[in-house]
Design a protein around this ligand. Sequence first.
Ligand SMILES: Cc1cc2nc3c(=O)[nH]c(=O)nc-3n(C[C@H](O)[C@H](O)[C@H](O)COP(=O)(O)OP(=O)(O)OC[C@H]3O[C@@H](n4cnc5c(N)ncnc54)[C@H](O)[C@@H]3O)c2cc1C
Length: 516
Amino acid sequence: MPVLLPTSRTRDHSKGPGARRAQDHVQDRVKDHAVVIAGAGPTGLMLAAELALANVDVAVVERRADQELVGTRAGGLHARSIEILDQRGVADRFLREGQVTQLAGFAWTRLDISDLPTRHAYGLVLRQSHIERILADWVSELAVPIYRNREMTGFAQDETGIDVTLSGGETLRANYLVGCDGGRSLVRKAAGIDFAGSDPTLSNLMAEVEMREEPAWGLRHDALGFHGLSKTESGRVLVVVTEATLDRTGAPGPRDLSDALVAVYGTDFGLQNPSWISRFTDAARQAVSYRKRRVLLAGDAAHIHHSVGGQGLNTGVQDAVNLGWKLAQVVKGLSPETLLDTYHAERHPVAARTLRNTMAQIALLRRGEDGLKAAREIVSELLGMDEPRKRFGAMMSGLDVHYDLGQGHALLGRRMPDLDLTVEGRPLRLFTLLRGARGLLFNFGDKNSFDTAPWVDRIKTVDVEHDGAWELPTVGQVAAPSAVLVRPDGHVAWVRDQGHDGLADALTRWFGAPAA
Ligand SMILES: Cc1cc2nc3c(=O)[nH]c(=O)nc-3n(C[C@H](O)[C@H](O)[C@H](O)COP(=O)(O)OP(=O)(O)OC[C@H]3O[C@@H](n4cnc5c(N)ncnc54)[C@H](O)[C@@H]3O)c2cc1C
């Protein structure tokens, strides 16, 4: 039997509950990990980092040898994803490689978010291959083992754990398996989780090619759909074309591309030497459940939709940040398994809304009919008005996500803003305190006014001052609270308005029972 070796080194996970057993060695044939992630795409990598920051023994299984991608996929990061990376202290790695710009849009109407209340009131143009490379470097620094050139081929769960089988016949034993294995997720299928939604109504081909003749540069709308021919950095032609038929499925070839171009432009402009050709559709599907016993789903494995609006990678990365700390608490035995159900409860509606907005955008964009053209123009006019622009801008950039944590202060369930604080007389940005991916109780009032000793291993209390306004995207200014409990994902779990009521309940709900 082959020896199973990950490509990156392992850390010392020997400390703390749920941590790796000290006697385990990386060269064991059958290994134990607290969590196995199938797939080292953006979602799997982000989740691996979150679990590693929580000192959980996590390993990733990836069929690819490295982060190279065939074809082009996501083109950038929206504001909330940049904020999330900022919360972990790694946003600069991405910002210095990409191009900051106004990226958000709806049905091709640009949404300027530069006046939204965030430190990152913009998007970042950066190809997915670079995003994955930077994430993979970070994950490697965090010493997460990645089993590359390995496919997850199946799993079997029992009362005490889950056996994950890999191509090559090896088995990894884990407490939980997370399927971050993309839209065709084997994890989802093997778990028998329904992928409910709609079949494609349009099919796009995308390719990078050479053309012997000068092509018709730019965007075009017609009865078939939308099409575009643009120049890549290397001087080749990036083609996006809507196919005349839905009948062709599977891996597309030069013939498919030529036929699609001829149907739209009357010529294929002498296309030659395609470096890659890919097909994507507007199928919109979502896993009906994000968890089945010891199996969880995140990213494209849990939801697929058309790429318009550029939300897929961003939603997956944000799924990972919602799930990571919860899974960590459960594998460490600090919180009951029911905490994992809040992952589905919070993230399923977010992706459902993304599916809805992509379907609406495709309905507006798909054909060049006069009626649809008029509808597009009217939507565009509406989005030119301040309030709709701000609301849609916050939606498309992920800044308005609001988990339903019950009634209360407007901050409850929303992202904590990156306030300028004074801590022990020194200026500090709030996000810098979130880098450790721990829960934080921010006390803006009397010092030493909370007894959080029974949770001291899980949350940190910080006495802080903030003189400025409190402003939230889509909500506006809100009353300054005197204390706020922030989860490791940066969302507000409890707010003190008047009195201390409810803090112990909130701490127990999100961080487990008090230590005896
Ligand atoms: C043309 C196009 C344009 C896009 N544009 C944007 C955009 O602008 N913005 C945006 O946010 N999103 C965009 N997306 C979507 C984005 O690419 C996906 O949402 C994103 O890649 C999802 O990340 P993921 O990690 O969930 O899944 P994936 O990126 O699909 O990663 C899954 C990983 O799992 C591995 N894997 C699969 N099965 C197994 C197995 N059995 N065993 C081991 N490994 C396995 C794969 O090799 C892969 O590395 C676009 C997509 C397309 C196709």
